[in-house]
Design a binder for this molecule. Structure first.
Ligand code: G3P
Length: 223
């Protein structure tokens, strides 16, 4: 997966249900094509296939369960994600935590299925523990800053810098993203200066009056 990357998590915001999710996905694709910056999305899980088959930018699931296909009503499997044309999944988002033994087995199985794993973490110690599993990405997001207006890169630049440093010492091939409160190109620029290979964000795009303008600004920070 090319970096820098701007990964937009649609969460389950009111603004992205049904057709609105597809519209936002198309805006993300247009800006990615125009700027040449890798913009990926994690739409509502219920829209995963519907969106993934209509656009060409990378699509991620927002969550996955550590389950084999079979009995498991309502669960999300890696096999289902793969069959939906998505390229990977977020794991352990702060709004949907997963126990550590399940994270390990999901990361392992993602590799077997050639899926990209993006494991979210809340601090440096947890990031270090997850680095042992060698996911594709670790996205460090202080939960208290999520959904707010202060970017992690301003509120706590050290968490980004030190997560990168500590993870490099454990598993140099794991790429670090940061998230929480990211809103503009300056935030992206700082994230990259601090050593991150991109950002994970949600409200800055999903709640924007003009998502296209915001995405272009975000992309400018990655150039
Ligand atoms: O998954 C990204 C997220 O948790 C950050 O949310 O709204 O602070 O960009 P937000």
């Amino acid at each position: 997966m090319n970096t820098p990357i701007i990964l937009v998590n649609f969460k389950i915001y009111d603004e992205i249900y049904g057709i609105k999710g597809l519209e936002l996905a198309r805006v993300c694709q247009k800006v990615s094509e125009k700027t040449g910056i890798n913009i990926a999305i994690a739409p509502q899980v219920i829209d995963l296939r519907y969106i993934a088959e209509k656009i060409s930018i990378p699509v991620f699931s927002q969550h996955v369960h550590n389950m084999k296909p079979g009995n498991g009503t309502g669960k999300i499997t890696l096999e289902g994600i793969k069959a939906s044309n998505a390229v990977g999944t977020l794991i352990n988002h702060s709004e949907n935590r997963v126990i550590i033994s399940d994270i390990e087995s999901i990361v392992k199985k993602s590799k077997e299925l050639d899926l990209i794993s993006v494991v979210c973490t809340n601090n440096i110690s947890v990031s270090k523990a997850i680095a042992m599993f060698n996911p594709t990405f670790i996205a460090v997001e202080p939960p208290e800053l999520i959904g707010g207006n202060v970017s992690v890169t301003d509120a706590d630049p050290d968490i980004v810098k030190n997560t990168v440093k500590e993870i490099q010492a454990i598993s140099p091939e794991v790429k670090v993203l940061c998230g929480a409160g990211i809103k503009n190109g300056n935030d992206v620029r700082k994230a990259i200066e601090l050593g991150a290979e991109g950002v994970l964000l949600a409200s800055g795009v999903t709640k924007a009056k003009n998502p296209s303008q915001v995405l272009e600004d975000l992309a400018s920070g990655a150039m």
